[in-house]
Design a protein around this ligand. Sequence first.
Ligand SMILES: [Zn+2]
Length: 298
Amino acid sequence: MEFSNEHFLKLKEKKKIAMRNAQYLYALSSEYMNIKKQYTDSFYRRAERILNCLSYWEWDRYKINKVLNLRKVSRCKDVFCPNCRSVNVYKAIINFTPAFNEMMAYRYNPYLMTLTVPNIKREDLSSEIDKMNKAFIKFWRWLYKPFSKNGSYYGGYKERLFDSKGAIKVLEVTLQRSDWNYFNIHFHVIVFLENEFPGDFFKKIDGGYQYRTKSFIYYSDADIFIQKLWKMAYDKKDISFFSEASDDWQDNYVCDIRELSMPKGIYEVFKYCFKDLDIRNQEIFRDLCDFPPTMYHF
Ligand SMILES: [Zn+2]
């Protein structure tokens, strides 16, 4: 796979970010000096690798001048290296393509689903991610198409609006603009559906005014359905209580499901797990270090 220089036009900007992140890692390294020696060493090595990774890129760029062959470039692969991160995004999309094509061949329809939870204190990042992953497993079982395996029958929630056949979920963390002590965490999920009714996805229910987008938003029956399921899964409730769950979006968390626009939607999902701009200081960087190293879950 080859990438033209166009993808790296922002190289200067990326270099700045890489250098800044390396500085943060050096700072963390000294912070742990008298606490945990192995952390000191590992943060230091990561900082060094990010800086070296960049020099390879520069060298390669000037030498070839037209096209970069990524297979030949030695990379640090650090989550805080902006170059490696964009390469990872492209690689993840390429890896996802066969599975995507297979789903399309089976005539499953791709949808884009977003699942959020209330903003959390920054220091709770890793425990919150853990909680969300557990909730997703529960949530997924309810939506999954029934199947038999080794003589046992596995069914989902009987009243579900559609059957889900496969999904890929990507976690995104953003900084709360109004208070930097909080993170917003959410999942972007590409989900493949079968037996869905288009009318369930028509957005007609008043969802109030959203300050972030400065617009009035509307929900569909499918949105309300996944809002209820997601809140129940997050609250560790049993599905038998579904009829008692509130239909009001204000009692649930912001969730949305819509048809996946191609290829824009794919890039939307894979693009970034956190924004470099959000790393405003050393403390935010430290809390983001709890971010899981694997970004994509197939
Ligand atoms: Zn790198």
